[in-house]
Design a protein around this ligand. Structure first.
Ligand SMILES: *Cc1c(COP(=O)(O)O)cnc(C)c1O
Length: 345
């Protein structure tokens, strides 16, 4: 095998969904946008449906069709971007439910797909998606008359439990939705951990399902092994890679492995990441290049066939720290060249 192998632990994924579900007394959806956070929306959604998930969320209508094929006709699939220009046919054919974000979208939906189910997304201060308060006041009578399935909003700072924005958004959400008699959803992974006030009728976890923070008790879902292309000996003083950015200060053995920034191993990992051979750490040396990475394997007993970047010693969040980013970006950047293996197969 000459490309990296990404192994996806589907039982851990299902266990994470169940664990998040058990933290609330309400329903638990599943966010599978961005191709199931990079792991494959079809396989992820199929497994979560098997675990009991009935409501799935994608970012845009285009992503919904693959999820529909995976989960069958019964499950509900919601689209965060709502009903955009040109979406009507796709929403209708794949049976997707747009979360409408503005008066414009509401009008478009009523005109293009009258009677087709929808939800409403409200902005409670994040200023990203959803009806502004004044627009909601104007449109609510019409929207409510047409039976929205859900009213939802999204927290901006839920991964910081003490952030005052959480209580602020909760208060605004209540003011915008109390007494309307429509089921409500406010929380993603972070909001679930904020406690029952934030749960309402359904939660929408994404990252926690895939083993990422802020769900600290998550089981790891991904393992990434990269094959070694060749190994060589360096004498002290020799340099490695573009820009000569690493120089051996002792006689060294350098492994060149298959994988680079074209595979989502972003360049800011240069000189920072650690690979693993079993329990032995091996530092990345020099710069990450497009298809190749160089690793110091001097301390190993022999040349390895592959090195592990994501595994028992290093999860998506610790790799993200080395790269100066977040677990979400590590996951959704995982390269398309990797062979994706499922465990259990
Ligand atoms: C991405 C997203 C989620 C899931 O968030 P996580 O932090 O991954 O759990 C939920 N709701 C909305 C609106 C989102 O955009």
């Amino acid at each position: 095998m000459s490309t990296g192998a990404l192994t996806i632990d589907l039982d851990a994924l299902a266990a994470n969904w169940r664990a998040l579900d058990a933290m609330t007394g309400c329903e638990t959806g599943a966010v599978v946008k961005a191709n199931g956070y990079g792991l494959g929306a079809g396989r992820v959604a199929r497994k979560l449906a098997e675990a009991g998930a009935r409501r799935f969320f994608v970012a845009v209508a285009e992503e919904g069709a693959a999820v529909r094929r995976a989960v069958g006709p019964e499950a509900e699939i919601y689209v965060f971007a709502g009903h955009m220009e040109g979406d009507a046919r796709r929403l209708s054919e794949a049976g997707l439910i747009p979360m409408l974000n503005s008066i414009n979208q509401l009008a478009r939906h009523m005109e293009a797909l009258p009677g087709h189910p929808f939800g409403i997304q409200l902005d409670t201060g994040m200023n990203r998606l959803g009806f502004e308060w004044a627009d909601w006041a104007e449109a609510a009578p019409i929207a409510l008359d047409n039976g929205p399935l859900w009213l939802m909003s999204h927290l901006a700072c839920a991964d910081e439990p003490d952030h005052e924005m959480n209580a602020y958004q909760l208060d605004i959400f209540r003011q915008m939705t109390d007494g309307l008699g429509v089921p409500r959803s406010l929380s993603a992974t972070g909001g679930i951990l904020l406690g029952p006030d934030y749960h309402f009728d359904m939660t929408r976890p994404g990252i926690g399902l895939y083993g990422g923070l802020p769900f600290e008790d998550a089981q790891a879902v991904v393992r990434l092994d990269l094959p070694v292309v060749q190994c060589r000996d360096l004498v002290a003083g020799e340099v490695v890679g573009y820009g000569n950015s690493w120089q051996a200060d002792r006689p060294s053995r350098i492994a060149t492995i298959s994988g680079g920034y074209a595979d989502g191993l972003i360049r800011s990992l240069s000189g920072k990441a650690t690979f693993w051979h079993g329990d032995t750490p091996c530092p990345l040396v020099g710069r990450v290049s497009m298809d190749l990475i160089t690793v110091d394997v001097t301390d190993l007993d022999g040349d390895p066939a592959y090195l592990t970047l994501l595994g028992p010693h290093q999860g998506v969040d610790s790799l993200a720290r080395d790269a100066g980013t977040i677990g979400y970006e590590v996951l959704t950047s995982l390269g398309r060249r990797y062979v994706r293996l499922e465990n259990p197969a």
